[in-house]
Design a binder for this molecule. Structure first.
Ligand SMILES: Nc1ncnc2c1ncn2[C@@H]1O[C@H](COP(=O)(O)OP(=O)(O)OP(=O)(O)O)[C@@H](O)[C@H]1O
Ligand SMILES: [Mg+2]
Length: 381
């Protein structure tokens, strides 16, 4: 009857290999204490294979990592732990051959649990030889590295996200400059031409009145296009953020939202004496911009307050509206990126961010940045 208890990690007939027998460790492979020790290991799957690759022992760690009980797996070929692609390419056999010829091999890759799920494994296969050199089998030690792999992937995703964010910011700056400098200049030149035409037409007594009216209408239209180009360029990246700093840019932003949405936006900036790095200034500006955009889209608020202050070794930012609020956990869908991108920007600057809201109770955003992470000269720019 197959037992569900992990079996002794070594067949009782096993003889110590020269390598292990000569170890300074007082236990030997045939010692029952050694078997108990290996069996007690939870974080590593430690098991033996016969020279053909069939499982002959199984410890507790193997059971918890791979999902098979000793009774289920002993006697089966170890290729069941490999993905179908690896089996098709002959990887299990190749690994045994390599371990036999080189003594020991190490490999990282996907392995399959009993339930079919995959885990990222670090596996070592060591050939076990009798004193006469004949192959007795293999000792296999496998560790589940999935969490570590996920961590590396997360770190990679986070590095990628900051790269994308800064590339996006550079692109916005470039388009804003083109809009302002190129298109803006051309429009101003066009307006001057029309103004000269208007002057000539007015001086020429014969010019029909409707022609003069048309040139005046044209000038009004050009003025409005110039204003639009400035507004679009400013929205992409307000020039004062680079020239005059965050304080001026926040004031400009507040004025934009006041004029366009009739929202009473107040900015209380008690941190203006703090010289910020360009990265930090951009991040705070974008957070404020997203917070105000959210207010106009979701809050039905009449008033928003943006506050900045330095407290001990932290820069604190607070945005608060008097709108209809929301139930926070219901609103973090896959299509909502605004709050997520605020969190990401804050995380990149080693800060903390909290959102607080309830239906009928407005929306509050609180952020703390360590001063050292946001002040000028800490930045690579
Ligand atoms: N000031 C606010 N008042 C009320 N609800 C808000 C406020 N800010 C955000 N919310 C709620 O939180 C949700 C998530 O906001 P978030 O900015 O992440 O996404 P979004 O604005 O819906 O989309 P986008 O990705 O374009 O920003 C919103 O859909 C809204 O329901
Ligand atoms: Mg949003």
């Amino acid at each position: 009857m197959p037992s569900d208890r992990p079996s002794s990690p070594l067949p009782s007939s096993s003889q110590p290999s020269d390598e292990l027998a000569s170890s300074a460790f007082p236990l030997t492979l045939s010692d029952p204490h050694f078997g108990a020790l290996i069996d007690a290991v939870q974080d590593y799957a430690i098991f033996m294979l016969d020279p053909d690759g069939r499982v002959v022992s199984w410890n507790r760690g193997a059971q918890s990592i791979k999902g098979y009980t000793a009774g289920e797996i002993i006697g089966q070929h170890f290729s069941v732990f490999y993905t179908p692609d690896d089996v098709a390419s002959g990887k299990p056999r190749t690994e045994l051959l390599l371990a036999a010829s080189e003594g020991r091999i190490e490999d990282e890759g996907w392995r399959v649990r009993k339930d079919g799920s995959h885990f990222w494994a670090n596996a070592t296969i060591t050939a076990i030889r009798a004193p006469d050199g004949s192959l007795r089998g293999f000792a296999k030690v496998t560790r589940d590295m999935t969490d570590r792999l996920r961590l590396v992937e997360l770190q990679h995703a986070s590095a990628l996200s900051s790269h994308v964010q800064s590339a996006r910011e550079e692109e916005r700056t470039r388009i804003a400059r083109e809009l302002h400098d190129d298109l803006g200049q051309q429009l101003v030149a066009l307006k001057m031409d029309v103004a000269l035409l208007d002057q000539a037409a007015t001086e020429d007594g014969k010019t029909a009145r409707h022609t003069i009216a048309q040139t005046i209408a044209l000038q009004v239209q050009i003025d409005s296009i110039i204003a639009s180009a400035r507004r679009i360029a400013g929205g992409l990246r307000p020039p004062m953020l680079d020239d005059l700093g965050l304080g001026a840019a926040l004031e400009w932003l507040a004025a934009e939202f006041r004029n366009r949405y009739g929202l009473a936006v107040s900015v209380q900036n008690a941190a203006d004496q703090l010289a910020l790095s360009p990265t930090a200034a951009t991040a705070i500006f974008r957070i404020a911009q997203e917070a105000l955009t959210n207010v106009t889209r979701h809050a039905e608020a009449t008033r928003v307050r943006v506050q900045m202050r330095v407290e001990q070794d932290e820069l604190r930012m607070h945005v608060e509206d008097n709108g209809k609020g929301t139930t926070l956990d219901r609103n973090r869908g896959k299509e909502n990126f605004g709050l997520l991108s605020m969190q990401e920007r804050v995380r990149q600057l080693h800060g903390r961010i909290t959102f607080d809201s309830a239906p009928g109770d407005g929306f509050r955003i609180d952020i703390c940045f360590p001063i050292d992470a946001v002040k000028a000269n800490q930045d690579d720019n």
